[in-house]
Design a protein around this ligand. Structure first.
Ligand SMILES: *[C@@H]1O[C@H](CO)[C@@H](O)[C@H](O)[C@H]1NC(C)=O
Length: 317
């Protein structure tokens, strides 16, 4: 009886199983559409995490328009052949520094239209084959050199529509293969902090389509002026960073002036004390003298000899 039951059940299980390749332990997740050419489409399925039963041979993974607000460590380690990963429009707020581990052949990563405000240094380090990266439409207010690079093969970087107000040249120096950079839609602040980006743009204008149209939002006198129209003279007043020698001189001058003011206070205090003591002494003497004069001169009694000795005073005038 048991035998005939499993005899009927087994084909049924095989038919109902969503496995794309019968006999393989990997299934096409029910939320996704798996194609023979290695593309898996899990787009717009309200997913909160990366489906775990994906075949390791997947090359293109569409996870856009889902609800993954955090990418945990090792989120894709089971997909060593992945070439393209789409994660746009997920409300993504945080990416663990080890989220992209194992994606050594990934060429294209789309993280656009998310809510990223910062990245952890080294997050993209495993992606040494990356050609195209989009961070457009996030909330990045700044970019540190260690947040992106080094990415030796990165050719296209999209930073459009973020909240970037400046960018150090260190960020772009770590992307030696770059030949397309989108910087539009950011609130550039054209003060001293923009000088390194301005200098970089002057020699790499051909890499930034529409570079002439990048606009400053502040300071007031430059609002809505193109960044390209700023003259080099505008940066003349920007002070150079302090050298070690400057710091040594400042520190020494600081300590010396402290010691000098301490000595000044001491001298002034001593003078004031000495002056006050002298004044007190004088007034004591004055009263002593005033009291002793009538006796000494015998004024009380005119018959007395007026040549009596003056009393010795215990003070000096
Ligand atoms: C992925 O699937 C969605 C929904 O089924 C569809 O609208 C979209 O066109 C597909 N994307 C691709 C690239 O096939």
């Amino acid at each position: 009886m048991t035998f005939s039951f499993s005899f009927f059940l087994l084909p049924l299980v095989l038919i109902l199983s969503p496995s794309s390749t019968p006999g393989s332990p990997w299934n096409c997740p029910s939320e996704c559409i798996c194609r023979q050419d290695g593309q898996v489409n899990c787009s717009g399925r309200e997913l909160h995490s990366v489906p775990r039963t994906l075949d390791p041979s997947v090359q293109v993974l569409l996870l856009d328009h889902n609800r993954m607000d955090f990418l945990p460590p090792g989120a894709f380690t089971f997909l060593p052949r992945l070439l393209s990963l789409e994660l746009q429009d997920n409300g993504l707020q945080r990416i663990h520094v080890h989220a992209f581990w194992g994606l050594g052949v990934l060429k294209s990563l789309d993280l656009s239209a998310n809510a990223l405000q910062a990245l952890e240094p080294g997050t993209f380090q495993p992606l040494q084959a990356l050609h195209t990266l989009s961070l457009a439409g996030n909330r990045l207010m700044r970019l540190e050199p260690t947040w992106l690079g080094p990415l030796p093969l990165l050719q296209n970087l999209n930073l459009q529509d973020n909240l970037l107000s400046s960018m150090g040249s260190g960020v772009l120096d770590r992307l030696p293969a770059l030949h397309g950079l989108n910087l539009h839609g950011n609130p550039w602040v054209c003060d001293c902090t923009i000088s390194s980006l301005w200098l970089w743009l002057r020699s790499h204008k051909h890499l930034v389509p529409g570079a002439e149209a990048l606009l400053c939002v502040s300071p007031d006198r430059l609002t809505l002026r193109p960044m390209a129209a700023i003259t080099e003279a505008s940066f003349n007043y920007c002070t150079h960073p302090l050298t070690t020698w400057d710091l040594v001189v400042i520190t020494m001058l600081g300590s010396l002036s402290f010691l000098a003011s301490l000595a000044g206070c001491f001298i002034f205090g001593s003078l004031v004390t000495a002056f006050q003591a002298r004044r007190k002494n004088r007034s004591v003497c004055y009263h002593q003298v005033k009291r002793s004069i009538p006796q000494t001169l015998g004024l009380d009694d005119p018959s007395k000899n007026t040549t009596t000795n003056f009393p010795t005073l215990s003070c000096s005038l």
